[in-house]
Design a protein around this ligand. Structure first.
Ligand code: CA
Length: 233
């Protein structure tokens, strides 16, 4: 399973999370301080992160945003307190892949963790249908290895950025509206959370487009949503 970084300042919850990540087969590294966890995560050699929102040192939103801006694309499951809905929306905008509201049930924690790992692994479901790489001009999506490259150079995408790109690129020319993308990529009915889609599209464009302001691959269908360019366009 590899290494899970657990960031939670409440000791009881931290110990509980550690126990369950170990039972899933992870080596665990647990932190109570956000800044220490952030500095550890910058090293990059981990496989999964459980990240609380409110932390001493550096809060979960800043940790997530700063890791993503430094191209650390590892799966992140964010822990939020019930009622912190605005934080949750911001969490997803900063690039977290999924969230769990506290208090949570253990089987829910395990299920979310497993689903996220399945999706972020080579050959993972449900977006990797395998098969030949998708090639569009200088952009190549290797569905077997979940690898994206531009002009031969590997691009680091988060699990959600990858799923978004793969969904769009698998249907060139087809417009998906934001609610549909939320539903298909995030698997939730996140009414009114369309901004999460916009922020992921922006980050995806900043990585794969030469000129994100005038994109060649991920196009805007004004007033509706987004589409991938047609093959010969
Ligand atoms: Ca906390």
């Amino acid at each position: 399973m590899g290494t899970a970084i657990i960031v939670e300042d409440e000791r009881d919850i931290r110990e509980l999370l550690t126990l369950h990540m170990q039972s899933l087969g992870f080596e665990t590294e647990a932190f109570a301080n956000g800044l220490e966890a952030y500095e550890r995560a910058l090293e990059g050699n981990f496989d999964f992160m459980l990240l609380d929102l409110n932390l001493p040192g550096k809060n979960g939103l800043e940790i997530c945003k700063d890791l993503r801006s430094k191209n650390i694309g590892h799966p992140i499951l964010m822990l939020t307190a019930r009622g912190e809905e605005s934080d949750l929306v911001r969490g997803l905008e900063t690039g977290a892949d999924d969230y769990l509201s506290k208090p949570f049930r253990i089987n829910e924690l395990i299920a979310r963790t497993k689903a996220l790992l399945r999706r972020s692994k080579p050959g993972g479901e449900p977006f990797s249908s395998g098969g030949a790489p998708l090639v569009y001009g200088k952009l190549e999506i290797d569905r077997e290895k979940r690898k994206v490259s531009l002009e031969g150079a590997r691009i680091e995408l988060t699990p959600k950025e990858y799923e978004l790109l793969l969904l769009l690129a698998s249907h060139p020319g087809v417009t998906f509206d934001r609610n549909e993308l939320l539903d298909r990529v995030w698997s939730y009915d996140f009414d009114g959370y369309e901004h999460t889609v916009n922020s992921h599209i922006n980050r995806l464009r900043s990585k794969i487009e030469k000129d994100p302001a005038s994109p060649a691959y991920v196009l805007t269908t004004w007033g509706v949503g987004y589409r991938f360019r047609e093959k010969d366009a």
